[in-house]
Write a protein that binds this ligand. Sequence first.
Ligand code: PLP
Length: 395
Amino acid sequence: MIKPFANKVWLSTPTMHGEELTYMTEAYQTNWMSTIGQNINEVEKLASDYVGTKYAVGLSAGTAALHLAVKLAGVKRGAKVFCSDMTFAATVNPVVYEGGVPVFIDSERETWNMDPVALEKAFSLYPEVKTVIMVHLYGTPGKIEQIKAICDRHGATLIEDAAESLGATYNGKQTGSFGQFNVISFNGNKIITGSSGGMLLTDDEEAANKVRKWSTQSREAAPWYQHEEPGYNYRMSNVIAGVVRGQFPYLGEHIARKKAIYQRYQEGFKGLPVSMNPYIEKEMEPNFWLSCLLVDKDAMCKQARTATEASFEKEPGKTCPTEILEKLAAYNAEGRPIWKPMHMQPIYKDCDFIFVGDTPANEDIFERGLCLPSDITMTIEEQDTVIEIVKSCFK
Ligand SMILES: *Cc1c(COP(=O)(O)O)cnc(C)c1O
């Protein structure tokens, strides 16, 4: 008999180490409690050195960074933007803030990220498009070199949403360093956190300076508040930066622990009709932010999802994400469905969606996939219990 967890086992929570408090306290004691200070300077340097871009600008959130990246790319009212389809809505919403029109691109099955073949098809349909936003989902790099080459060939600006993939590499190069304007996030559940916060990364000095200006209300150099363009209150707080500064030295350790969790699941699920979120071993090293499960097609029981509810019909030897998620919750563990593709979202139902082949990969991955508890502090025993819970769903 499997016993429910006494303490909830989470999907992904902040993991603190102590130094965060030191730097926050420093901000407090020196009274640099606003959006200027040593923590911001240091953390911008840490991030740009680590990822390998010339500039990093600390902002209030990854979403804010995406918004300013979309502005830098020059997206104007009515302009189409090619976007990853299977992602968190924050990847796409900033396009709409600027009046742009997302066109969603399906994923390939080798990494669950933007399919270069579908992207090429999209350019053949809409050769005028000048901006591409691609995400590295769950910490697994997409086929970024191919995607960058396609963007270059079509003269399009590439924005990388590396919010989930800080520390992941493609052919030894960090995600967040391939696009013209790239985004990382320090939201509470990411691989490292500031409690909130994000950054825009770029090699373009002029762009970095614009982001600094826009994020602090677009003041012109003048003795009074002089404004020539709209501004935003998007700058990172020096207190938040203190948390990020304390976390940065532990990024490698976090990745190692997430990888161990992924590998333990992989081992534990051997023999079950499932697979995990895939990656191309020769080319990429993910940060293993979340471990995900995909139930084999012929092991799926019937599952139905309306706009707001899920149900399933139990069949012996078969299961589905809805059953696994319900069972995890019953045992006091947190899982999550795969990000519901943007082209299936009511808000984006009128947007075009480009895929190759007979059926979209993303609808299938959404149907059969889920995120498992991937919290860094999960013990081996707790993880083994999660594995047992999953196994029991196939009874
Ligand atoms: C978390 C996340 C964001 C947004 O970052 P915030 O810092 O929460 O605003 C953007 N894109 C993806 C893929 C994310 O997971």
